[in-house]
Write a protein that binds this ligand. Structure first.
Ligand SMILES: C[S@@+](CC[C@H](N)C(=O)[O-])C[C@H]1O[C@@H](n2cnc3c(N)ncnc32)[C@H](O)[C@@H]1O
Length: 191
């Protein structure tokens, strides 16, 4: 059995996983095997901690989990609640994951964090702030580091969204590398 499948099995002891969530875990496992040395992992949007656990259990790097845990709706109409934090705490603890939780709005979190980053996993469940977040965070990512985006529109349209942002904003040094399973697009900083 592969290491990635072992991870899926471990996480499934706390989460009732659908196929796309299993794919998400495998993808995050893969990304963690290719981290450039010297940076941390930052997750924007942690919810119940499933992806947080995948990141923590796949690497020895510190994982910063950012979520404001306020009542709101995501782009697909899904509801997020303050009580999601209780589930996050319970399940990450049960799986022995040790993220550094930053219970703040992503913008405020950026102001308090000034770290070298190897991987940002962007999963805020809202699409209209991707440009702003990319611009706010990208300068912290080290050479060879990744910005992985979950849930853009599928296919070329989604990949083009961030490519367009990078071109129009003249943010140099970034390259789209791959569309992974579970609708995760990965951009790498070469410069
Ligand atoms: C799609 S869910 C994250 C799913 C999680 N990454 C996983 O795979 O298990 C989105 C999360 O982003 C959080 N969120 C949305 N907007 C936010 C903001 N502006 N600042 C911080 N967290 C935010 C929500 O509270 C929600 O828990």
């Amino acid at each position: 059995m592969s290491q990635a499948q072992r991870l899926v099995d471990t996480i499934s002891t706390q989460y009732l996983l659908k196929k796309h969530q299993e794919d998400k875990i495998r993808t995050l496992y893969d990304l963690c095997q290719n981290l450039s040395v010297g940076g941390k992992i930052v997750e924007l949007g942690s919810y119940h901690g499933m992806s947080t656990c995948a990141l923590c259990l796949s690497s020895t790097t510190e994982v910063y989990a950012i979520d404001d845990y306020s009542n709101k709706f995501g782009w697909a109409g899904e509801e997020y609640k303050e009580s999601d934090l209780t589930v996050f705490n319970m399940r990450t603890k049960a799986l022995g994951a040790r993220p550094i939780l930053i219970n703040k709005d992503a913008n405020l979190a950026r102001k308090s964090l000034n770290l070298p980053i190897s991987l940002i996993f962007w999963d805020l469940g809202v699409r209209n702030r991707l440009t702003m977040d990319f611009k706010l965070w990208q300068d912290l990512i080290i050479k060879g580091g990744m910005f992985a985006v979950h849930d853009l529109p599928t296919g070329i349209l989604g990949s083009n969204m961030l490519r367009y942002i990078i071109d129009v904003e003249k943010i140099y040094g970034w390259q789209f590398v791959k569309e992974y399973p579970a609708n995760i697009r990965v951009f790498v900083k070469n410069g």
